[in-house]
Design a protein around this ligand. Structure first.
Ligand code: NAD
Length: 793
């Protein structure tokens, strides 16, 4: 009898690597960049070896880019943009369909090449990476057809610089290239230095089979320095980056003030929560997929297993029994569950973190019966128990097959543990009680939550992070907004621009209304902590009053009040938030004469103009109140057995520096959309808008706005306070509508906790009319999409 049948063991089932080796040989195992539709030698004639991580052998040499190569690629992409973007959407769609077909026809070659380049198993490349990449092109071919009709106010911006990591090389390429070119952008993409091969095959396919116009896709190879050259190049209007949070932070800082759009898909430390009432066997299989899929080198890997205490011991036991059966070995063997770690560097990082875990007192377990191949970078499954939530291994992204286990007693504690991380990429929740699972899913801070499932992806469901996992989305309708920009710039906000700035030291004192106005913090009128105030005058020099000059302490107090109010405010119904905004609008309307008079004196404008601004402010409040329950989420059609609900959640505390070009209307235009979506705000006003803002405080107070939802400060140097807001760890986003230099400072400071920023010269849509596209943009900026996946049937 066959010895395998006797032992009921697996026999080897190796996929041949011959087609991939032949393809490499056909190119002499040496490749340059792909620029303007042709292969180019690297300018510096230097090459980097590509290592097969399962054998440690060099299998190819790929050119290393430099400044001249990046420049060449940018020129090609820029040249291609006018024609490509003007092509009818249907024509672009045809190219995307052609890419999809070519990928499908070459699927096996792509799968094998990906395995030998990355180290991941053929089962995964064949069944997950390549089919999902294909799906991405099909889905976005659809957007090529329809985006102009759906979003006529948005246009492609030009060249997008794209940088991807090594864990899903072809899939990440597809996530980046498909949406960008579908809507008419052209791209310069840099694959990770350790996994360039499928990008090379993809480029060849574009020329030979798809016949994509030259310059639409350009691929430059090299390490982080080449990525930096792309980020810093003046040509791209947008940088789309997937990789570590550390590099994402560096990109945020280095692009501050350049008006480059950013999509940052960063790291994660995702919780996998199992309640006692879960189907435990399914949950065990879920853990296998969550942390041992792709050797745990997955940004959204469920690397923190949180177990309800009553089942913790039993669950860990079942998991160990299951993990004993996992097979670690040659990636091209179809019976393997776990392949090789991508590089020596990553292997050493994993080992270092495992050591840290042991030193910190965690208990380590590995299967007894595993055998790793003697060469290559293999790490068998590993489970850490006895882990404190503050341990390095519970906080740092390990990016390897390493699971840490912790326990909880109540759903509340589960949520607290789940959110006890700086990241917010994904989570899994396991319970047969759908009410509880949905409740917990709603409370977890993450861009994707899988209920009774894990690591599921589809092009129709956008993917992206909360908090330090980054911002922007890839895939889905929400991803389309991230590859398009506004068609026109609304400049009607300049209606009440003041003619000149009066130096406070030369103010005339007659007609002075001497009253120092206070701040609104936590629903109360508060004096400046430092006791300082500053005068406000009309452009002609008439002193109108004085307002408080806020400092850091006032900002801290206001943020604390806003944070304290957030959970309760976001928990209110949209109906109630709308009612409060209507009431706010009515109260402002009742005071319209007084506000118009104040604006007239404050800006020396015509009485008619002042009245129009007050009227527009009232209308703005009504308008956003109307939208409160009409900016719905979505249900994504990903599979007949799965509901994916895209929920639009508030960001949290938003720091706002409104435009002062149109006092009153500037601040109303910014705070109304923010609060109506469930955020709380800290607004900082200055010399030109503080007076009307401080009068607005009384209206806020009489309008049933709960204490802490709207906090208003004034400062002689509001831009400096905007920077304090941007640096504050408990502020989730900053909107800065006050000029480029201040915006640059805010963007750079925001990198501390990777908060979202929105910087413009002035409050968009703060002219007398509010285009509905601008209002929707506000609502998009005030929310982040969380996709909740629930299987049924
Ligand atoms: P990395 O940040 O080191 O490198 C990613 C890419 O950035 C590579 O192409 C690299 O060459 C380039 N790069 C490095 N330094 C750069 C710089 N200063 N400027 C510009 N580009 C630079 O990350 P990695 O180790 O390759 O990938 C693993 C990380 O990627 C993990 O943190 C993982 O969570 C994250 N990731 C996130 C997602 C997501 O969708 N959120 C998906 C996959 C991976």
């Amino acid at each position: 009898m066959n010895k395998y049948l006797e032992r009921l063991d697996y026999g080897p089932a190796l996929e041949s690597d011959k087609p991939a080796q032949d393809w490499l040989m056909g190119h002499g195992r040496t490749f340059g960049h792909f620029i303007d539709g042709v292969w180019c030698q690297p300018n510096a004639k230097t090459y980097r070896s590509v290592i097969n991580p399962a054998t440690s052998e060099a299998i190819a040499q790929v050119g290393e880019g430099d400044e001249a190569d990046v420049e060449k690629a940018m020129i090609a992409a820029k040249k291609a943009f006018p024609l490509w973007s003007k092509l009818h959407g249907h024509e672009r769609a045809k190219y995307l369909y052609a890419i999809e077909r070519a990928l499908a026809q070459n699927a096996r070659l792509f799968a094998v090449l990906e395995s030998i380049d990355n180290g991941k198993t053929i089962r995964e490349t064949r069944d997950i990476d390549i089919p999902l990449a294909i799906r991405h092109f099909t889905y976005h071919a659809g957007w090529a057809e329809i985006h102009e009709g759906e979003y006529p106010e948005l246009v492609p911006g030009g060249v997008i610089g794209q940088i991807i990591p090594w864990n899903f090389p072809l899939l990440m390429l597809a996530w980046k290239i498909a949406p960008a070119i579908a809507v008419g952008n052209t791209v310069v993409l840099k694959p990770a230095e350790s996994t360039p091969l499928t990008a090379l095959l993809f480029a060849e396919m574009l020329v030979k089979e798809v016949k994509l116009p030259r310059g639409v896709v350009n691929i430059v190879f090299g390490g982080g320095e080449v990525g930096e050259l792309i980020v810093k190049h003046k040509t791209p209007w947008k940088i789309a980056f997937t990789g570590s949070t550390a590099v994402g932070r560096a990109i945020r800082k280095s692009t501050a003030g350049e008006e480059k759009h950013l999509t940052l898909e960063l790291g994660g430390k995702s919780p996998f929560i199992v309640f006692a009432d879960a189907d435990l066997d399914s949950a065990v299989e879920g853990v296998v997929d969550a942390i041992w899929f792709n050797q745990g080198q997955v940004c959204c890997a469920g690397s923190r297993l949180l177990l309800e205490e009553s089942i913790a011991e039993e669950f860990v036991h079942r998991l160990k029994v299951r993990a004993e059966k996992l097979r670690v070995g040659p990636p091209l063997d179809k019976t393997m569950d776990i392949g090789a770690i991508n590089s020596r560097r990553q292997y050493e990082k994993i080992m270092r973190l495992i050591d840290d875990g042991v030193k910190e007192g965690a208990v380590v377990w590995q299967p007894k019966h595993w055998q790793c191949p003697p060469v290559g970078f293999f790490v068998p499954p590993l489970i850490f128990t006895n882990v404190a939530p503050t341990c390095t291994i519970a906080q740092e992204e390990i990016f390897g097959p390493v699971l840490v286990v912790m326990s909880f007693r109540t759903p509340k504690e589960a949520v607290e543990l789940a959110n006890n991380t700086r990241y917010g990429l994904a989570a899994s929740v396991w319970s047969e009680n759908i009410g509880k699972a949905n409740d917990v899913a709603g409370k977890i801070k993450a861009g994707t939550v899988w209920i009774n499932s894990t690591n599921l992806f589809d092009a129709a469901a956008g993917f992206g992070g909360f908090r330090e996992s980054g911002y922007g989305r890839e895939g889905g309708r929400e991803g389309i907004f991230d590859v398009l920009k506004d068609r026109t710039c609304d400049i009607s906000a300049r209606v009440l621009r003041r003619a000149k700035i009066i130096d406070a030291t030369v103010l005339k004192s007659e007609d002075c209304v001497d009253r120092t106005r206070r701040f609104l913090i936590g629903g109360k009128l508060v004096r400046p902590d430092g006791g300082m105030s500053f005068p406000i005058s009309s452009p002609s020099g008439v002193l109108l009053g004085s307002v408080g000059d806020a400092g850091r302490k006032d900002v801290r107090n206001a943020v604390e009040a806003a944070r304290g109010a957030f959970e309760s405010w976001r928990g209110q119904s949209a109906h109630l938030r709308a009612q409060i905004l209507y009431f706010f609008a009515e109260n402002l309307d009742n005071e319209r004469e007084r506000f118009a008079d104040l604006l007239r004196r404050q800006t020396d404008c015509e009485a008619g103009d002042a009245k129009s601004v007050v009227k527009a402010s009232v209308e703005r409040l009504f308008y956003y109140a109307a939208l409160a329950d009409k900016f719905e989420g979505t249900v994504q059609p990903v599979s007949p057995k799965m509901t994916v609900v895209g929920v639009k959640e508030p960001l949290g505390v938003i720091g706002i520096r409104p435009s002062d070009l149109t006092p009153l209307l500037g601040i109303v235009s910014a705070i109304a959309p923010a609060i109506v979506m469930g955020n709380t705000v800290v607004a900082v006003t200055g010399q030109y808008d503080a007076l009307s803002a401080s009068d607005l405080i009384q209206v806020v107070q009489t309008s049933d706005v709960p204490p802490g939802v709207v906090n208003i400060l004034s400062a002689a140097n509001p831009d400096a306070l905007a920077k304090v807001l941007a640096e504050h760890e408990d502020v989730d986003a900053v909107w800065f509508f006050g000029g480029r230099s201040g915006g640059a400072v805010v963007e750079a400071a925001s990198a501390s906790n990777m908060k979202r920023t929105w910087a413009e010269e002035y409050t968009p849509g703060s002219g007398l009319c509010l285009p509905s596209a601008v209002a929707k943009k506000f609502l998009r900026q005030a929310t982040q999409v969380k996709n909740i996946w629930t299987p049924f049937g």
